[in-house]
Design a protein around this ligand. Structure first.
Ligand SMILES: Cc1ncc(COP(=O)(O)O)c(C=O)c1O
Length: 434
C-alpha cells in the first residue's frame, strides 16, 4: 500500500464507526457518487447496496437536491433555533405532519436518528413526571435498535452490540416478540408472546413503548407480522403507555409505503424520523410529538419544559433539502420505484436465495431484501462478513452484511442495468455456495 494513498493516510488518523480497527482492512476510497453508484479513485464504480447506511433514496448527486441545498445556503445557511424561526423549518414541519397524517403533532428537530429517539425518550419520561405519574421505565422490543446515544442504546440494549455497563442511562424492559412475514396471521407462539408482552406492559411504571414498526433493521432485517404489531400497540395504548414509533430506517418509502405506520393504521404519540428525511444527503432528525404530550410541558416556569436542543437544531439547509426530497416523491413517483424494486426481489432474487438461505426464511419488504448466508457466524463484524464484503466488492457491489445476514437496500433510482448487476452477482454467489 502506497503510504501517501488516501486509505493509508486514513489508517493513520481516523477512527471509523462500528469498526474493529484491530481487524479491518484498508477502507474503500470513494471520490464521487452519482445515482446508485459510488466511484473509486481509479474510475471504477460500486453499486451502493446499503443506500449508504439506509439513508439515500433518490440517488446520489441529484440535481434538484443539490440546487435546493445551494439556494438555501445562499439565502440563510444557519441560525439558532431558540427563540428564532424560519420558513424551511416551519414549512417542513407542516409537510411532515401532512405526509405522516399526524395532525396536531408538534415537530422537534435534531441532528440524526439517535437524537430523534433520544428526544422521544426524554419527552416521554418527562411527560409522565409532568403529570405526576410514577411511570419511569421504557418498554422496548427484544432485538430492537434505536441508535448509539445512551438512552437509545438502553432501548436497544438487547441487540448485543453494546457494553452492558453502557446500558443503564434509562430503565428499560425488553419485550419478547416473534419474527414473522408482514402478512402472517397470529399463530399460537405469537399469541403466547403477545400475552407475555401484555403482562409486562401492565406494570404501572411503564412510561412508553418504543418499536421499529414492522421490521427490525439492525437485528438483520427481521420482520414482524402486522397483526402482532397492531395488537401490541393497541394494547399499550389501552394501558396508558405512550407509543413511540421509530421510523428512522423505515420512513420515506423503504417498506413500500411512505411510512411503515401506514401498514399498521396506528397513530403514535411520537414518531422518530431521520436518515432518508433529507433524501439521505444531509443530517437531520425530527421527532413528531402529540399535542397532548406537548401541552403537558407548558407551565409558569422552565421546570416543566423540555431541556433539549442542539447547535444545529432546525438547520435551514437540511430542512430545505428535506422539502425538496418530499417534492421528488411526487415528481418522480418514488413509491412506484419501490414497488418495482420489491417486484424484482420477489420474481428474480427470492427464488435464488431460497435455494441456499439458512433459517429464518428470506425477508422481502418494499426496498429491502435479506437472507441468511448458510454456515456463517452470526456475530457482528465477523471474519465471514468481511469476506463477503470483499467478494462482492470484486463484482462492483458495496454491501455490508449484519452478521450472517446479507441484505440489499439500494437507492430507489436503480434501473434495469443495476438490477441486472444485482441479479448476476447473486446468481454467481448462490452457484458458488451450492
Ligand atoms: C431504527 C433506527 N433508529 C435509530 C437509528 C440511529 O440513527 P443514526 O445512526 O442516524 O443515529 C438507526 C440507525 O441505523 C435505526 O435503524
Amino acid at each position: 500500500m502506497n503510504p501517501s494513498s488516501l486509505s493509508a493516510r486514513d489508517k493513520q488518523i481516523l477512527w471509523h464507526p462500528f469498526t474493529q480497527h484491530g481487524l479491518e482492512q484498508y477502507p474503500v476510497e470513494i471520490t464521487s457518487a452519482k445515482g446508485a453508484y459510488l466511484f473509486q479513485s481509479d474510475g471504477s464504480k460500486l453499486l451502493d447496496c446499503t443506500s449508504s447506511w439506509w439513508v439515500n433514496i433518490h440517488g446520489h448527486g441529484h440535481p434538484a437536491l443539490a440546487e435546493a441545498l445551494k439556494r438555501q445556503a445562499l439565502q440563510l445557511d444557519h441560525v439558532l433555533f431558540g427563540g428564532v424561526t424560519h420558513e424551511p423549518a416551519v414549512r417542513l414541519a407542516e409537510r411532515l405532519v401532512e405526509v405522516t397524517g399526524l395532525a396536531g403533532h408538534r415537530v422537534f428537530y435534531s441532528d440524526n436518528g439517535s437524537t430523534a429517539v433520544e428526544v422521544a425518550l426524554k419527552a416521554a419520561l418527562k411527560h409522565q413526571r409532568n403529570r405526576g405519574l410514577p411511570r419511569n421505565t421504557i418498554a422496548a422490543l427484544r432485538g430492537g435498535y434505536h441508535g448509539d446515544t445512551f438512552g437509545a442504546m438502553a432501548a436497544g440494549g438487547s441487540i448485543g452490540y453494546f457494553d452492558k455497563a453502557d446500558l443503564n442511562a434509562v430503565p428499560v424492559v425488553h419485550l419478547p416478540v416473534p419474527h414473522r412475514a408482514a402478512d402472517a396471521p397470529l399463530d399460537e407462539e405469537s399469541l403466547t408472546l403477545l400475552g407475555q408482552c401484555q403482562s409486562m406492559l401492565d406494570e404501572p411504571h411503564i412510561a412508553a413503548l418504543i418499536v421499529e414498526p414492522l421490521i427490525q433493521g439492525a437485528a438483520g432485517m427481521r420482520t414482524h407480522s402486522i397483526a402482532f404489531m397492531r395488537a401490541l400497540l393497541e394494547y399499550a395504548r389501552q394501558r396508558g403507555v405512550l407509543l413511540i414509533v421509530d421510523e428512522v430506517m423505515t420512513g420515506f418509502g423503504r417498506t413500500g409505503n411512505m411510512f411503515a405506520l401506514q401498514h399498521l393504521g396506528v397513530v403514535p404519540d411520537m414518531l422518530c424520523l431521520s436518515k432518508a428525511l433529507t433524501g439521505g444527503i444531509l443530517p437531520l432528525g425530527a421527532t413528531l410529538i402529540s399535542g397532548e404530550v406537548f401541552d403537558s410541558f407548558k407551565g409558569p416556569d422552565f421546570s416543566t419544559a423540555l431541556a433539549h436542543g442542539h447547535s444545529f437544531t432546525g438547520n435551514p439547509i437540511s430542512c430545505a433539502v428535506a422539502l425538496e426530497s418530499l417534492h421528488l416523491f411526487e415528481r418522480e413517483q418514488t413509491l412506484q420505484r419501490v414497488l418495482r424494486l420489491e417486484q424484482f426481489y420477489r420474481e428474480r432474487l427470492l427464488p435464488m436465495a431460497t435455494q441456499i438461505a439458512d433459517l429464518p426464511p428470506p425477508r422481502l419488504l418494499g426496498g429491502i431484501f435479506a437472507f441468511e448466508v448458510p454456515g456463517m457466524d452470526s456475530r457482528y463484524g465477523n471474519a465471514g462478513a468481511r469476506g463477503l464484503i470483499s467478494w462482492f466488492l470484486k463484482r462492483g457491489l458495496l454491501l455490508r452484511p449484519i452478521g450472517n445476514t446479507l441484505y440489499l437496500m439500494p437507492p430507489f433510482c436503480v434501473g434495469d442495468a443495476e438490477l441486472a448487476l444485482l441479479e448476476g452477482a447473486l446468481h454467481e454467489f448462490v452457484n458458488e455456495l451450492r
